[in-house]
Design a protein around this ligand. Structure first.
Ligand code: ZN
Length: 226
């Protein structure tokens, strides 16, 4: 199997998500590239193994193409072109601003009280945040993210409407305490990992490059070890 096919299929998945806000089915990819099922499933598994998509091998569906979710979530991102996308988590809702290269409005919920949270992103910045005290909490240490990527993305990277609500939630769920990720750092990480996702030639930063980035912005210690 040529590497070019992997690249083309990855790009097709992202273009499909961009246009329709849902990922293509394997059948649609088979038609597009005139390949049989086995060949396309092999490509999708290979893209999953390279951490370029999340492909559920049991149900044979694309679940995630970061920062896009393949299924509805509580992280809704509206583009200036009036498209509505689902992000997999709080981080990915910010990241969609960089992937789409567009002003976006994020609608989400506090993971403790379920109150609505709204953010507007423009020019690589968060320009509005309601409530203003909204924070992002990562539950799982970075080294474990890909051990169970669907759980990590769909369940453990959440917004809280205030530090107080994060603390109350941790009191109820002490084993789930992780780290608070400040806005400036989530913006740098989003730009670093997600900016060129729509490009055919997107290359995922290496573990070394990611380590360097974590270090550079002060994300150090056990939690950020990869
Ligand atoms: Zn709350």
């Amino acid at each position: 199997m040529s590497n070019d096919l992997n690249k083309d299929v990855r790009k097709f998945i992202y273009d499909h998500l961009y246009s329709f806000a849902i990922p293509p089915t394997p059948e649609k990819i088979m038609i597009k590239f005139k390949k049989d099922r086995e060949e396309i499933i092999t490509v999708l598994v290979s893209l999953h193994d390279d951490h370029l998509i999340v492909f559920d091998q049991k149900i044979k569906k694309i679940m995630i193409a970061h920062p896009f979710s393949g299924i509805p979530t509580s992280f809704v991102v509206k583009s200036s072109k009036d498209m509505k996308y689902y992000a997999t988590c709080a981080w990915d809702s910010i990241a969609l601003h960089f992937t789409l290269e567009d002003d976006v409005e994020v609608e989400a919920y506090c993971h403790y009280c379920n109150d609505e949270i709204r953010l507007i992103l423009s020019n690589n910045q968060i320009v509005l945040k309601i409530p203003e005290e909204t924070i992002i909490h990562f539950q799982e240490p970075a080294g474990k993210w890909w051990d169970d990527i669907m759980n990590t993305c769909f369940n453990t990277m959440n917004y809280f409407c205030s530090k107080e609500h994060l603390e109350k939630w941790i009191q109820k769920n002490p084993s789930k305490a992780g780290e608070l990720v400040p806005d400036d750092k989530i913006l740098v990480l989003s730009q670093f990992l997600y900016k060129n996702k729509m490009n055919l030639d997107y290359v995922r930063p290496s573990v070394e490059q990611t380590k360097e980035k974590f270090n550079h912005i002060g994300l150090t210690g056990e939690f950020w070890k990869i």
